[in-house]
Design a protein around this ligand. Structure first.
Ligand code: FES
Ligand SMILES: [Fe+2]
Length: 386
């Protein structure tokens, strides 16, 4: 199916729901015992099984814009450096010197000819190779073969840089993404302009993430922000293995009711949200802007960190473009930090109260159901990519 015919098909599906006051549904409701959100042992196993042993989208390709770009970050206690080599290839390394483990660079990004360890000045090139040892004549027997940086399996695909956080484990990105590739490809993520990035502390990762998976709360929680643009409780749901796509109707969808299909511009009336398992959401909310969210578990079941990247179709230049991009950025920050995560903090606070032994996921929350079933399936199977 071409992107255009896909858009038309999605607009037809959404419009039918709007007419009938319906939404895509799961076959039944689902109960999720509260322990899935609160049990520290389960949390630690999820971090290990899901986040340490499956490929994660750690960065956008545009975060490493040129040869010799790097980005250093700590992801769930793992210090990582992403680099783009002189050959243009994105690579990932553990940010720990092979001498006695000092971090080679602080969190942040830039360009570098080489990394010089701040402890005893060992040097590595941008491709992780050990290239210099201070006082090498006195040090003894080490070499680039034995002491280059520890590399993590890494693949650049669909404008994202995918990394396995466990050294020595590899993955095939096409196998991991499956049919989801055709979805991600339509976004052309590598062509967008990166306007802003920030980290937002939030409630437990699954409480935070559940909010990305449905429009049922849009007319209530987001009545003054993103909910102004979307129709609450109307969504389309499609799955691609562990990954998902949900589509919301924009308020303007109603206009299509009286318009012949030849005159439709379907993209103006729907919003796609692509959900990469376990915590990647790519959503266009307003016109030429896109929000990429990466939700990572914190050290405890009641904390998470969300990295928000605000993208614009092109670098805003005119005052109008700057204003539009800044207002998109402000709206999505407001919606997540001050609305979703405030609600989430309340959910978190009530978990131990005994008020709920389980949560109930509605038939109108099929993506929430699919996500929790996917978590359960990964917890039951051997580690690694299916
Ligand atoms: S720890 Fe890096 S040179 Fe010693
Ligand atoms: Fe929300």
């Amino acid at each position: 199916m071409t992107a255009a015919s896909d858009s038309m098909a999605l607009a037809r599906r959404a419009l039918a729901h709007l007419r009938n006051k319906t939404t895509d549904q799961a076959p039944g409701t689902m109960q999720q015992p509260i322990g899935a959100y609160s049990d520290p042992e389960r949390h630690a196993r999820e971090v290990d099984r899901i986040f340490r042993h499956l490929p994660l989208a750690l960065a956008l390709s545009v975060e490493l814009p040129a040869a010799k770009s790097y980005r250093a970050m700590t992801v769930m206690d793992v210090p990582v450096i992403l680099t783009r080599g002189e050959d243009g290839v994105a690579r990932a390394f553990i940010n720990a010197c092979r001498h006695r483990g000092a971090q080679l660079c602080r969190a942040g990004s830039g360009t570098a000819q080489r990394f010089v360890c701040p402890y005893h000045a060992w040097q590595y090139d941008i491709q992780g190779k050990l290239t210099g040892i201070y006082g090498s004549a006195t040090f003894g027997d080490v070499s680039a073969q034995t002491h280059s940086l520890t590399e993590l399996s890494c693949a650049e695909h669909c404008g994202l840089i995918w990394v396995m956080l466990t050294p020595g484990e590899s993955f095939d990105v096409r196998t991991w993404l499956g049919d989801f590739v055709t979805q991600l490809d339509t976004l052309n993520l590598e062509r967008w302009f990166l306007y802003d990035q920030r980290e937002i502390p939030g409630p437990g990762w699954k409480i935070a993430w559940d909010g990305y998976l449905e429009a049922y709360h849009h007319n209530t929680v987001h009545v003054n922000t993103v909910g102004r643009f979307t129709i609450g409780n109307l969504s389309l749901h499609d799955t691609y293995g562990p990954h998902q796509r949900i589509v919301f109707g924009r308020r303007t969808l109603r206009e299509l009711m009286d318009l012949p299909e030849e005159q439709w511009e379907p993209e103006k009336h729907i919003r796609r949200i692509h959900l990469g398992f376990p915590g990647l959401a790519i959503s266009g909310v307003l016109g030429d802007h896109c929000l990429v969210s990466q939700v990572f578990p914190g050290p405890t079941p009641d904390t998470s960190i969300t990295r928000q990247s605000v993208l614009a179709a092109r670098e805003p230049v005119t005052p109008e473009e700057k204003l539009a991009t800044e207002s998109f950025s402000a709206v999505v920050l407001n919606a997540v930090r001050d609305e979703d995560y405030v609600i989430g903090a309340g959910v978190q606070a009530g978990l131990k109260s005994g008020g709920n032994k389980s949560f109930t996921f509605g038939r109108n929350e099929p993506a929430v159901q699919h996500f929790h079933k996917t978590v359960a399936s990964f917890m039951q199977r051997a580690v690694g990519v299916p």
